[in-house]
Design a protein around this ligand. Sequence first.
Ligand SMILES: Nc1ncnc2c1ncn2[C@@H]1O[C@H](COP(=O)(O)OP(=O)(O)OP(=O)(O)O)[C@@H](O)[C@H]1O
Ligand SMILES: [Mg+2]
Length: 232
Amino acid sequence: MSLSFIQCRGLTKSYQKGNTTVTPLENLDLDVSKGHFLALMGPSGSGKTTLLNLIAGIDSPTSGDLHIGGTSIAQLSRGALTDWRARHVGYIFQLYHLVPILSAFENVELPLLLSQGSRSARRQRVERALELVGLQDRASHRPPELSGGQEQRVAIARAIVADPPLLVADEPTGDLDRESAQQILTLLRSLVADHGKTIVMVTHDPKAASAADETLHLEKGRLVTAQSLATV
Ligand SMILES: Nc1ncnc2c1ncn2[C@@H]1O[C@H](COP(=O)(O)OP(=O)(O)OP(=O)(O)O)[C@@H](O)[C@H]1O
Ligand SMILES: [Mg+2]
């Protein structure tokens, strides 16, 4: 089999709590090909966020292999992992995590301040990202002046501004009304279809999951079934 874009083998994450060990992820195998939109579902506490954080390089596995785009990220030092993450992953949160005192433009610009680049090159990238999410006319607005759906679109612009190949989203529509949620899902789909992004999205909502190419279910830290769904 050819190497998948995301390849997890025997992935295990444990935490030591006093005398007891909690193992939110156990011996998990997962392959995600490039340009694929994967939805992860499962009950609360089943390990969805834990898995997402490993794939995003926010956390490191206790054991097992994790290759992304050919890089063995479980092997990287903390500094190298931070560097890798900045170039390869955009993270989208349920509650947006925008900085309230910064404008939409400044929020989207934040990831670019970590890397080299001229001010005008940054401006171009931020403008392109805001345009892609349809918010070029809201660039100077601060988050409190935006609707929830607009805030999430700013957060998506921030996630894609450095052009990472991988986007991970933890319940990105969990706090939105049906119509705003649908807009976000349409946007995520177009990032896959038109921009070749690979997306792993956690959701509790079967309707949101149906926007993905495939839905996998986690239970007690293990994948239980694989269910292929038609693309909408
Ligand atoms: N830093 C940590 N220390 C100890 N235990 C943790 C830690 N992070 C997560 N866990 C435990 O791992 C398990 C899985 O947590 P996780 O956040 O991955 O669940 P989830 O599927 O995302 O749930 P939800 O749907 O509620 O967001 C839980 O039992 C949680 O308490
Ligand atoms: Mg979670």
